[in-house]
Ligand binder design. Structure first.
Ligand code: KG4
Ligand code: ZN
Length: 359
């Protein structure tokens, strides 16, 4: 076999700066040698959300140090690196520029290939860092900026079959958490409070649940939470816990129904394939959602994969790995590649945000 490749990956599309070194073990196997993350939560939590300029500034201040730490933890010298991958979109432009410039600079100095990675491809493949998963599989990507069902037909062969028409699921968690006075990011806070709440206490709407497609809409749900909070005079801990639990249950119900429709689409294309579902992105860190999917898997004999927590939220290991998969196929990027704030995984997918769909 050829020399085992070492790929350095950089992630800086939102509020985590991360650098990782991934080493190829064989044609189909690889290991994470290091994955260091600098979270900006402390910077943004007082504003209740990510401030793009502050995010970019923080990325630029820590990136060179993180590169050194990632190399040191991996026990690798910079000149051993065979390729440099960076998230080049979608995401916040300032942050993307920091990561892409750092990666292009390293690649030029080392005279090694630069690989521009779609952040969503990183999430889509993240579970393959830990599990052997055959193509095709069904991906449910649920993060702060994206919510979609995509059929991963093969590497670089993605067919989106469902998306959100308004808010991303992580956004719905964050916005609902905010009206409850929880700190940013709201997803983990909702999950924590829900543990002590009554999930049947409040009924929230499940927008477009009866449409026979696997699209989502969450903005009405978020508004309903805000109205419930505004109408309540006694906002004590119990009230907050019950709202959090009821909200989380509503999300689980929606995901369960929409997954049935997604499976229907999947089996239309692949009638004889055993179904594997990968749930990835920050919201996949939610243990209640994981439990629901494991139950769906058991009942229907589907394979269900959730990446480990550190691979669900933003990380550079998934970016370095996507870079390795690209370089295995001889795909590299030009040093003139421009970061793309909007960059759908499925190039043919129609932009549906803000659209109304007919029943
Ligand atoms: O993938 P990610 O780290 O960043 C993006 O690419 O957006 O996802 C961040 C999102 C945030 O909205 C956060 O609230 C949500 O993931 N999240 C969770 C949990 N942990 C993170 N949502 C629900 N439950 C969790 N435990
Ligand atoms: Zn992400």
């Amino acid at each position: 076999m050829h020399k085992k490749r070492l790929v350095l990956g950089i992630e800086s599309s939102c509020d985590e700066t991360s650098v990782s070194i991934v080493r190829e073990i064989s044609k189909n196997d690889q290991e994470i040698l290091s994955n260091v993350v600098n979270s900006q939560i402390k910077i943004h939590e007082k504003f209740g959300g990510v401030i793009p300029e502050m995010a970019a500034r923080s990325h630029s201040m820590v990136i060179d140090k993180l590169i050194k730490v990632a190399l040191k933890k991996a026990n690798i010298k910079l000149d051993q690196i065979d390729a440099v991958a960076a998230t080049a979109g979608p995401g916040l432009l300032g942050g993307l520029i920091v990561g892409v410039i750092a990666a292009k600079t390293l690649a030029s100095v080392l005279n090694k290939p630069f690989i521009a990675i779609n952040h969503l491809e990183g999430h889509a493949l993240s579970a393959k860092l830990e599990y052997e998963i055959e193509y095709p599989y069904l991906l449910l990507l649920v993060s702060g900026g994206h919510t979609e069902f995509t059929i991963i037909r093969g590497f670089n062969n993605y067919k989106r079959i469902g998306t959100t028409l308004d808010d991303a699921l992580g956004e719905a968690f964050d916005k609902s958490a905010r009206v409850l006075g929880f700190k940013y990011p709201g997803g983990p806070e909702i999950e924590k409070h829900a543990k002590n709440g009554d999930e049947n206490k409040y009924q929230f709407p499940k927008p477009i649940i009866n449409q026979s497609n696997c699209h989502f809409s969450f903005s009405g749900l978020k508004t309903s939470v805000a109205q419930k909070v505004a109408a309540n005079k006694k906002i004590n801990q119990k009230f907050k816990n019950d709202i959090a639990a009821s909200f989380q249950k509503t999300i689980c119900d929606i995901l369960e129904v929409k997954t049935k429709y997604a499976i229907k689409e999947f089996t239309k294309i692949y009638p004889d394939t055993k179904i594997s579902i990968v749930v990835a992105g920050g919201v996949a860190a939610n243990q209640k959602i994981k439990k629901i999917f494991n139950k769906i898997g058991e009942k229907n004999n589907y394979n269900i994969f959730f990446p480990s927590l550190y691979l669900c939220t933003d990380n550079a290991a998934m970016i370095a790995y996507a870079g390795l998969e690209r370089i295995r196929r001889g795909k590299t990027s030009s040093l003139t590649f421009k970061p793309k704030p909007r960059w759908p995984l499925d190039r043919n997918a129609i932009f549906l945000k803000g659209k109304r769909l007919n029943e």
